[in-house]
Ligand binder design. Structure first.
Ligand SMILES: [Zn+2]
Length: 244
């Protein structure tokens, strides 16, 4: 049985006049982990953010640790995961490399109404967000300010969408080069073939924008694409994804 809904990848549109760029990162994050003695995997994942996690009430020494990506022993990372868990949604994926808190840095150039930051964060101008919410799009409920500084007059007010995790790539696009989970640390090196194919049965019927579990691409519904086109919002482009 096929899924009746159609989904698209959302990507940054870098064609003229969209020259906007942000040089920055989210304020805090879970540090990297020292390499596993069995599989040698270490470091952390990229592309997973909880921008609405406000950790500012934590003690200064903890915030210092959470502002440095330098690898720490596994037990210390586990402790930090539990320390920040109250600040993220229930069931949120937390591990080394996850970014937390507002996006901070410098912005330059011309931004559209939407902006995709490193393929993994969705930023929306406040006016456009209201329009999209009024269009009834779901998945835009958790939004928070950024700390990006812009030069010049009329800087855009970009808000950062805390994306819900949903859906999965189809097993047909998992590369045979993927490795099973490590018996010591549980890390599985999963690779995906291009183009990305979605697992139709895993796709949500109640979200118009979300981030794929595991693979972490941002995916939007046909309703989202239609609303962006109707409202003539710029800064992003769409690519239809096969679902099977
Ligand atoms: Zn391992």
């Amino acid at each position: 049985m096929g899924h009746p809904l159609r989904f698209h990848a959302i990507e940054e549109d870098t064609s003229p006049p969209y020259t906007g760029d942000i040089n920055g990162t989210h304020k805090w994050g879970l540090p990297g982990v020292e390499p596993c003695p069995t599989c040698r995997a270490g470091g952390g994942i990229g592309g997973l953010h909880y921008p609405c996690a406000d950790l500012s009430a934590l003690p200064a020494n903890e915030l210092k640790t959470l502002s440095d990506s330098w690898p720490l022993p596994r037990a210390e990372v586990k402790r930090l995961v539990e320390l920040v868990r109250p600040f993220v949604p229930p069931g949120a994926r937390l591990e080394s490399g996850v970014h937390l808190g507002p996006l901070a840095g410098k912005g330059s150039g011309h931004f559209g109404e939407l902006f995709v930051f490193y393929s993994s964060a969705l930023l929306v101008r406040r006016e456009a967000l209201i329009q999209l919410q009024e269009a009834g799009l779901r998945g835009l409920e958790h939004v928070c300010p950024t700390l990006v500084r812009f030069r010049g007059r009329n800087p855009p007010e970009l808000l950062d969408v805390q994306l819900a995790a949903a859906g999965r790539p189809h097993r047909d696009c998992v590369s045979p080069k993927s490795k099973p989970p490590c018996p010591t640390c549980g890390y599985a090196d999963i690779r995906y073939l291009s183009p990305l194919i979605l697992d139709a049965m895993s796709l949500p019927g109640d979200l118009d924008v979300f981030q794929l579990r595991e693979e972490l691409s941002i995916v939007v519904s046909e309703r989202f694409v239609d609303a962006v086109k109707r409202l003539e919002l710029g800064g992003v482009k769409f690519r239809e994804l096969e679902a099977r």
